[in-house]
Design a protein around this ligand. Structure first.
Ligand SMILES: [Cu+2]
Length: 590
């Protein structure tokens, strides 16, 4: 296996803990400035220009209480020039065959002039928030430098780890990459009844991202942020893993039980995290208690290969270090090649996970070092959440069904276009290109009724009504699909095989035959992991797979978005609107 030497030394910086901004200490009224800042990503890197909340990477961690509203005055004080160089390498690999994305610098790419000219228009979305539509951060409702937006967050929602980030149409990938992201933790009585760690030192948020940097004329890293893609891969998979703003940091822990709250805030990269000590995985130290929207019903172990988190997914973990003598070291490694397609990788081989072709030159994520004398192990409650159950068969059978095909359209001379094709049943007489879905003896026939963000809205869920959304992946990559507003539960994940005739993918039309059975070359298990059986807002849809989710929008009417959370996909053009409606208004819809 070929490798490239790292220009940065791993595990020399301490893991930073973002400052806490506790809403209750400010009567629920917060002011957050979005501004240019300076940030050092690693001891041996020059300081980088960034755009961040409070001018920091990441922004402060906002902490709120369930039922206590928070108003944030988001003050846009962003100033140019834009702090990231955006480029496309002219070739996918250099003369030695090393993928351009694994290397720092521009790899011969021209800086994108439009990106350099960005003016700091922004909008903030609270991911996972049950937020009225006007405050949800619609991607086109921007505020300019010098303007502010006062957003009201009711916080009528269960305890969970959320995050806030920029959500501008077409450039979320750039603004988030520049640093515009931070954590938001909701707390409630149920978590306190369970005695879970809250705050330092035993609760540690881990925001994982990947970044790349430019080189000076001598080939030395100069600290400037680089967003680089290549002619074959339209997503950025930068080589350096950053946790809470530092490349490969060190977390010192006491021999005790820690609550690690992990968020993948990367543009595109999926991580499969494995904890290794003395060369061997020790995943049994980890108990997962929560997911995107908070506590699971019962604690679960993480999957045998490791904890998979696609962009925007969260995991609430209790990790037991209580048996470890001072000086013990554990390493968190990532074994997921990119672009991620769900392929397995055994945890036992995590130390040799480096894979240039898989755009994973450095599997390192975090070093954990045990210091101090033994304290106590924390017992883990057997019953966690009691406020939700899986939808019954009967409820599912009566639910409104919607279907969406995830489609990648190849284009000459420009990056591929990804879309969510919303489907509607086709009449018997229709001869337009159709997508058919065959499940046993039954075949459903669909036509595409919307593909791009600006196409007319076709999804009008009624408040209070259960819906089942089918997400049909007709691409070769895993897509983390995120719904704004209410959380959902996964119902099924099933293998499909499909055929798309030549020319079957057009601007809006789609011809495809989908069969609900495993294809002969399909090696994925298409399993629902135990840690996905909670309240989710982002769900992975793997290749050759159909995922069904059950969702009930409950509280707010209005125009919301759902999208792939690979930011390069969301920006081009894997995002669609939906409008939640009170039942009483439906008869008046023209
Ligand atoms: Cu995607």
């Amino acid at each position: 296996m070929r490798a490239v030497a790292s220009p940065l030394t791993p595990f020399v910086d301490r893991l930073p803990i973002p400052p806490r901004l506790i809403a209750a200490e400010h009567d629920g009224r917060l002011t957050v400035h979005l501004g240019a800042g300076r940030h050092q990503f690693h001891r041996d890197l020059p300081v980088s220009d960034i755009w961040g909340f409070e001018g920091t990477v990441p922004g402060p961690t906002i902490e709120a209480e369930r039922g206590q509203p928070v108003t944030v005055d988001w003050r846009n004080e962003l100033e140019g020039p834009f702090p990231v160089t955006d480029t496309v390498a002219p070739t996918a690999a250099d003369a030695d065959g090393v993928p351009a994305q694994c290397l720092p610098g521009l790899s011969g790419g021209e800086p994108n002039r439009q990106t350099a000219g960005l003016t700091g228009h922004t909008v903030v979305h609270l991911h996972g928030g049950l937020t009225p539509a006007v405050f949800d951060g619609w991607a086109e409702n921007l505020f300019a430098p010098g303007q502010d937006a006062e957003f009201h967050y009711p916080m009528n929602q269960r305890a969970a780890q959320l995050w806030y980030h920029d959500h501008v149409m077409g450039i979320t990938k750039l603004d988030v990459y520049a640093g515009l992201a931070g954590l938001w933790i909701v707390r409630d009585d149920r978590e306190r009844e369970l005695g879970l760690p809250e705050g330092p030192p035993f609760e540690v948020p881990l925001l994982i991202q990947d970044r790349n940097f430019d080189l000076d004329e001598h080939g030395r890293l100069n600290g400037r942020l680089v967003h680089k893609t290549d002619p074959e891969v339209m997503e950025a998979f930068p080589p350096f893993t950053v946790v809470n703003g530092k490349v490969w940091p060190v977390l010192e822990v006491q021999p005790s039980t820690y609550r690690l709250r992990v968020l993948n805030g990367s543009n595109a990269r999926t991580y499969r995290l494995v904890v290794v000590r003395d060369g061997a995985p020790e995943l049994d130290r980890i108990t997962q208690i929560g997911t995107d929207h908070g506590l699971l019903r019962t604690p679960v172990t993480v999957p045998a290969d490791g904890l998979v988190l696609a962009s925007a997914e969260r995991a609430d973990l209790l990790v037991d270090f209580s048996d470890l003598p001072p000086g013990s070291e554990l390493t968190v490694l990532n074994t997921a090649a990119a672009p991620f397609d769900g392929s397995a990788f055994p945890a036992a081989e995590a130390e040799s996970a480096a894979d240039l072709e898989g755009l994973l030159p450095y599997p390192e994520v975090l070093r954990i070092r045990v210091v101090g004398e033994a304290t106590s192990r924390r017992s883990i409650p057997r019953e966690l959440a009691t406020d939700f159950e899986p939808a019954s068969e009967e409820a599912l059978a009566g639910a409104r069904q919607r279907a969406v095909a995830l489609v990648e359209r190849e284009l000459d001379g420009e990056p591929n276009m990804l879309t969510m094709r919303e489907l509607a049943p086709a009449g018997d007489a229709e001869d337009a290109p159709l997508l058919t879905v065959t499940d046993g003896a039954e075949t459903a026939r669909y036509r595409v009724v919307a593909a791009h963000f600006e196409d007319a809205t076709t999804f009008f869920p009624m408040l209070g009504e259960l819906e089942v959304w089918q997400l049909i992946n007709l691409t070769g990559d895993t897509h983390p699909i995120h719904l704004h507003l209410d959380p959902f539960q996964i119902v099924t994940r099933r293998p499909i095989r499909y055929e798309i005739p030549d020319g079957g993918i057009r601007e809006r039309e789609l011809a495809a035959t989908v069969t609900l059975e495993r294809g002969p070359d399909d090696e994925l298990d298409h399993r629902i992991d135990d840690n996905e059986r909670g309240l989710k807002d982002t769900i992975r849809v793997n290749p050759n797979e159909i995922v069904e989710i059950a969702v009930r929008f409950t509280t707010y009417s209005g125009r919301y978005m759902y999208h792939c959370h690979i930011l390069e996909h969301e920006d081009r053009d894997m995002m669609r609107p939906f409008v939640t409606m009170p039942a009483a208004l439906m008869p008046f819809m023209a």
